[in-house]
Ligand binder design. Structure first.
Ligand code: TYD
Ligand code: MG
Length: 438
């Protein structure tokens, strides 16, 4: 038997390239491999004697929402996966980013005809001479192309359509996606090329192919959004070169994805007067402040177990808030169905929105509108306490931009105020309810 020195794959005959790990010239007779490893002694090197690898180059695209999520742009020699539902806008974003970098780009179109890519580019107003298109589904052929000509950035659209020649299984299968990624990774590292790989997401919400693919790449991005609305959210789930807290906000328009500069208009419905079951907040997603509107509905239930339904807010978190309301404020909602909706389609991960959710529910339950010029900021603890929120200064600034007059939060009055905005300090839900509902 022959064995691959790299991954241990066994084959009855010698192979030039390992079908499992994609490495070239790694096959040796199993007996040789045993001999070699039996006598091999690894040699440690002092850190001070090692030369750092060549500094990575950042390819900023000038698309601020993209660059920020990546931590400054694509990095040479790395693999970035851009996942998302079919039709969400991955190819569009990849093309806009490619044009934005101004680098020498190879666009590997495995899914569409080059003419379709060109047509999309026209629609986006991209006439860049820096983007080269090739229609190809063989990873080996792409690797050979990159052996002969240098490109700074390579877009692969999509990984599910790519095929490694030595692997007999269908494109899109687990082993095919794994082998293709491994081969691309090897090329990326050796040639110092930045790869942007597009992957479709399965119904279960993962990039088709093995979960291990996410371990193999350096950055995992998802483009999310409801196809019924035009909001698109770019999120990093893994980022070897930056934080995973940042989000990018886009709107899909007639000519591609546009950055959202004024999130206020997206997430807060325009009507201003007092409304029952509506409360506003300012959340932080990474370094970004986002004004939000929470809507709640409370109706007497017809079921033995009342319904708890949320959009954009964790339903277990809602159950916790209802328990806190019952225990610490004696507001019992066990006979009511409760619905909570975060307007605009954002999934909130900043628990400082809790107090707004809580107030929207109480407002809906009591049929009592809240102060329309107020925002509620602060995580609600199991003890009924309202916790001080981080980044209050940035949130206050955003609230001012929204024209808010009162901020209910666990923060000192005057600390971040001024400019006509008032901070009303509340340390627990009892205090919050009494100042709002008095
Ligand atoms: P696409 O980038 O092809 O999605 P994916 O690669 O994720 O499958 O874009 C899909 C949708 O976006 C398509 O239905 C058309 C729409 N679209 C626009 O609304 N505006 C545009 O400028 C472009 C290029 C596409
Ligand atoms: Mg596409």
């Amino acid at each position: 038997m022959y064995i691959c020195k790299n991954c241990g794959y066994r084959s009855a005959r010698w192979l030039g390239r390992c079908p499992s790990c994609g490495q070239w010239d790694t096959f040796v007779l199993e007996s040789e491999e045993h001999e070699a490893s039996a006598s091999r002694v690894p040699r440690p090197v002092r850190i001070s004697d090692m030369r750092p690898s060549a500094p990575a180059i950042r390819y900023a695209s000038g698309i601020e929402e993209w660059d920020r999520v990546l931590g400054g742009g694509l990095v040479s020699g790395s693999l970035v996966i851009l996942g998302g539902d079919p039709g969400i806008g991955k190819s569009t974003l990849a093309l806009q980013v490619s044009a934005g970098t101004g680098r020498k780009v190879l666009y590997v179109a495995a899914e569409e005809a080059p003419s379709q890519v060109v047509e999309r580019a026209r629609r986006l107003g991209i006439g860049s001479a820096n983007i080269h298109i090739v229609s190809e589904y063989s990873v080996d052929a792409v690797a050979r192309l990159l052996e002969g000509e240098f490109f700074e950035l390579v877009v692969v659209d999509s990984i599910q359509m790519m095929k490694v020649d030595a692997n007999p299984s269908y494109p899109g299968s687990v082993s095919q996606v794994r082998d293709a990624t491994l081969l691309l990774q090897e090329v990326a590292r050796r040639k110092n090329i930045a790869f942007l790989i597009i992957g479709h997401v399965t119904k279960s919400g993962e990039i088709a192919g093995p979960r291990t693919m996410e371990h193999m790449v350096d950055v995992v991005l998802y483009l999310e959004g409801d196809r019924k609305t035009d909001l698109r959210i770019l999120r990093a789930y893994k980022n070897r070169y930056g934080s995973t807290d940042e989000i990018g906000l886009f709107v899909m328009g007639e000519r591609g994805l546009h950055p959202v500069e004024d999130p206020h208009r997206l997430f807060v419905s325009p009507g201003r007067g007092p409304r029952v079951g509506v409360a506003r907040s300012v959340v932080m997603e990474g370094r970004r402040t986002i004004p939000l509107e929470v809507q709640a509905l409370a109706v007497r239930t017809y079921y033995a177990a009342p319904m708890r339904n949320t959009t954009g807010y964790d339903v277990r978190r809602l159950n916790m808030l209802l328990a806190v309301l019952e225990k610490h404020a004696r507001i019992r909602l066990r006979n009511h169905d409760i619905f909570v909706n975060i307007v605009g389609g954002l999934k909130v991960s900043d628990w400082a929105v809790d107090s707004a959710v809580l107030m929207a529910i109480v407002s809906a339950f009591r049929g009592f509108p809240l102060d329309p010029d107020a925002v509620f900021i602060g995580e609600v603890g199991l003890t009924g306490d309202i916790l001080p929120a981080p980044s209050m200064e940035m949130r206050t600034k955003e609230a001012m931009r929204m024209g808010i007059k009162n901020i209910y939060a666990n923060a000192e009055e005057g600390a971040f105020g001024g400019g006509g905005i008032k901070i009303l300090k509340v340390t627990n839900i009892g205090e919050l309810l009494s100042v709002c509902l008095e």
